[in-house]
Structure formats: C-alpha cells, structure tokens
Write a protein that binds this ligand. Structure first.
Ligand SMILES: [Zn+2]
Length: 259
C-alpha cells in the first residue's frame, strides 16, 4: 500500500498518552502505546515523507503565516525536499514517558512536546475514575529537567486537569496562569504551549490563553493545521488504543483524504 502523504503546508499533530506494555484489560481504555508500536509508527511516518518538527519550528511557521519555511536542521540531511511537518505530543506527563517513551524518541531522533498537569508533578493521576487512568505515577521535576536536555519540551495541561468550561472564570484563569508560572519556574524556560484537558475550551478561554502568553493551544478537534489555523484551537489526531500500526496508518490516511 502506498502511504498517503500529508500536504506539505499542513501540520499533523499526534496526541498520545501512556507508553508502555498495556496493563491488561483494566488499562485498555487508558491509551497505552507499546514502545515497539510507537517506534513502528515513527518509522512509518518517516518512510512516508513526514518530517518531525519541534515546538520552536511550529511557532516560527505560524508566526511567518504562509511563507515557506526551511527544513528543520536536525532532519535537513538526506535530500528531503518535501516537508510533511508532524509534531508528537503526549498529554498528562505520566512517568512511563521517561522510562518507556524517551529511549524510543531519542533513538529515533524525534522531538516531542509533553503537556504537564502542573499541580500534580511527582504525584499521581487523580482526575479520572476510569480503570487504568487513576493512581498512575507522574513525571518528577528531576525527570522533566533531564528530558528537557534530551529533546523534550514541556507545555501546560493546566494545574489540576479540571474541565475548564465547568469552572468559574476566576478559577480557569488561575489554571492557565499558575500552571504556566510553575512550569517556567521549575524548568527555567518560557512555557508557551497549552493543551486543554479533555480538549475542552471556549473561545473566551482560548483568547485569554493567548493574551497570557501561550502561543500554541492544542484542542482535540480532529484534522490538520495550516499556518493560519487559530492558534487557540489547534487540531490533533488522537491516537486511540487498542489498535496497532495498521489502524494508525488508516487513520492518518483518512485524515489526509478528508482535508
Ligand atoms: Zn489529559
């Protein structure tokens, strides 16, 4: 089967959660991606002509809105002339990203963006009752700082993973502002990306996030992004499990066809 390429000027953003062997039936809903599946998906995308980009590249691409951008230097070798920009994101910041995802990402030389629940760092997932989602270890500051040295950037997934549109304005403002501040202090660098918990936001929340200094805000609306897509409502393809490489390939191909 010939892989379907993403049009050059469209950005594909993938959303993953946990990486590791699935903890069995209890974890089926918890979006576990086996490391070997993650590796196979990365390799398939690359063989299909996708170029993995980082947060910095996406910010520059959107700031330049429509002007051609150079290939990222970390992948410019190899004579590639087409860019099917693809950004890997991981929500929630569970500890398995350090133990299971990082070795794969590093070996495959793929940058990634991880969205942290800033009020729960070093703790446990406590925002879901579904089996497989509750009580999982989250990354520590020490792990995050090491990952930062090894090609990972971090964004905010708010303070407590509440549904923002359920909260009064004062509270959702705090979730946006204080998570940004805590991450910047803990990591020693600007934090300019946000992923809304459950993909839940309103136009007012999105606009406020941009005013607070977030430059890229990710939803779970499906589809690809252009450089002029609303930066408060960026689209992502949710990589759902169970479902291996074949399901993934079908989903990418379908998304590209419907754009
Ligand atoms: Zn989440």
């Amino acid at each position: 089967m010939k892989p379907s390429p993403v049009p050059e000027d469209r950005l594909l953003v993938l959303l993953y959660h946990n990486v590791g062997p699935s903890p069995g039936r209890r974890g089926l809903g918890a979006q576990w991606t086996a490391p070997k599946v993650l590796r196979a998906e990365i390799r398939w995308l690359r063989q299909s002509g996708h170029t993995f980009v980082d947060e910095r590249w996406v910010k520059d691409w959107m700031a330049a809105a429509g002007e051609p951008q150079p290939l990222p230097p970390f992948l410019a070798e190899g004579g590639e002339t087409s860019l099917r920009p693809t950004l890997l994101t991981f929500d929630d910041g569970q500890a398995n990203l350090y133990t299971q995802a990082l070795p794969v990402l590093e070996q495959e030389n793929v940058p990634s963006l991880v969205f942290m629940v800033a009020g729960r760092i070093g703790g446990f997932t406590d925002w879901e009752d579904r089996p497989g989602w509750r009580g999982n270890s989250l990354l520590t500051w020490e792990q995050m700082r090491e990952m930062q040295q090894r090609g990972v950037t971090f964004g905010s997934h708010t303070l407590s993973h509440r549904r923002l549109t359920d909260l009064p304005e004062e509270q959702w403002r705090r979730e946006l502002a204080e998570s940004k501040q805590a991450l910047e202090e803990g990591l020693g660098r600007p934090v300019e990306t946000l992923a809304y918990p459950y993909g839940d936001f309103s136009p007012e929340i999105g606009q406020t996030a941009l005013e607070m200094g977030y430059r890229l805000c990710f939803s779970t609306l499906p589809g690809l992004n252009t450089s002029t897509t609303d930066r408060s409502a960026l689209r992502r393809m949710n990589v759902r499990r169970p479902g291996g490489l074949w399901a993934f390939r079908r989903k990418v191909a379908r998304m590209v066809r419907t754009e």
